[in-house]
Design a protein. Structure first.
Length: 328
């Protein structure tokens, strides 16, 4: 009976405090987000600790870190808040999304692996269709936990490539691309690829350049596939600045292995060539990922449609057909 009485006293605002404390990992920052005072938030944290039987936030160096129990609670708390908004704000659901007048802020995390024109084209389309929206473009890097960001509502959409996207997220397939090699126009691979000399062994013996993995512990889809074949390549350069890699390739013997769409953007402006990859890679598949938090949102649904249309437009209209852009 006491447990039920305690449950009946939990108000929705306390759930918001719980979610904010865990995602902000700071009483002071949570107080700012909630427009409350630190003593008030501290008192609510004590109450939450009593209700859960867990400290929720513990000291770690100069800051605080959530416990395992807290991390397990953040998703249910976020879902409860979203459902409450749907329950008490039916007009939001009925009204839909009016792009020309919306002042929404969209947060998109994306790499430039897909195409160097993808993000500029997306920004242009969004600003044309919804001129008053604000955009925050975040990089996919080893320091950014995109799964946690989506679950916490810190990012709305993630665009990238995965062999197996995380199963807890919604996904939309954007496009698939052939994996090729980009090399300097005087690279031996150009000559070898005209016959039968550009072999898997020659490819693996080359010096390679690769992007920095998008999360800690990852190798990337290329090296994951090579490992599955029981081989590896010699990566001499890793770069977080993917769009600069073609410039590195043009002035060295480095080999970049990635999608044809990305490589094709540089064959007319740099002394580089696209050659076939002697390793039989599966197509490079790009997805947009989002969390259940935003799945039913009319605005986010509109955003996903724009991303899909831009990606498809790049494939339909974007590939140059000049002979230099074809595999040698």
């Amino acid at each position: 009976m006491t447990q039920r009485a305690d449950f009946d006293k939990i108000e929705l605002y306390l759930i918001r405090v719980l979610h904010t404390l865990i995602t902000e990992r700071s009483v002071s920052r949570a107080a700012l987000q909630l427009q409350s005072s630190q003593p008030a938030v501290s008192a609510q944290l004590r109450r939450l600790r009593e209700l859960t039987g867990d400290p929720l936030l513990v000291r770690a160096g100069n800051g605080m870190t959530p416990t395992q129990v807290a991390l397990q609670l953040v998703q249910p708390a976020a879902s409860m808040l979203q459902e409450a908004e749907r329950l008490f704000s039916p007009k939001i659901r009925q009204r839909g999304f009016d792009a020309p007048t919306s002042e929404a802020t969209f947060r998109i995390a994306a790499s430039d692996y897909l195409d160097p024109l993808f993000l500029p084209e997306l920004v242009a389309k969004l600003k044309h269709e919804a001129p008053q929206v604000r955009l925050e473009l975040l990089p996919l890097s080893g320091d950014f936990d995109y799964r946690r960001g989506l679950a916490a509502g810190d990012v709305d959409l993630v665009v990238g490539n995965w062999l197996e996207p995380p199963g807890e997220l919604h996904l939309g397939r954007l496009m698939s691309d052939e994996i090729v090699c980009l090399v300097a126009e005087d690279h031996p691979a150009v000559r070898l690829s005209s016959g039968r000399g550009w072999t898997v062994e020659k490819y693996l013996d080359c010096e390679h350049v690769a992007p920095t993995p998008t999360f800690r512990g990852a190798r990337g889809v290329i090296d994951d596939h090579l490992e599955g074949l029981g081989v590896s390549r010699d990566i001499m350069v890793r770069s977080a600045h993917f769009s600069l890699i073609p410039l590195m390739v043009a002035q060295s013997l480095l080999v970049l292995t990635t999608g044809r769409l990305f490589c094709s953007r540089y064959v007319d402006s740099l002394p580089v060539r696209i050659v076939r990859c002697p390793v039989a890679f599966p197509p490079l598949t790009y997805f947009q990922l989002w969390h259940d938090l935003t799945h039913a949102s009319a605005g986010m649904r509109w955003l996903r449609e724009q991303v899909r249309d831009v990606a498809r437009g790049l494939v339909t209209h974007g590939l140059p057909q000049r002979s230099k852009g074809r595999a040698a």
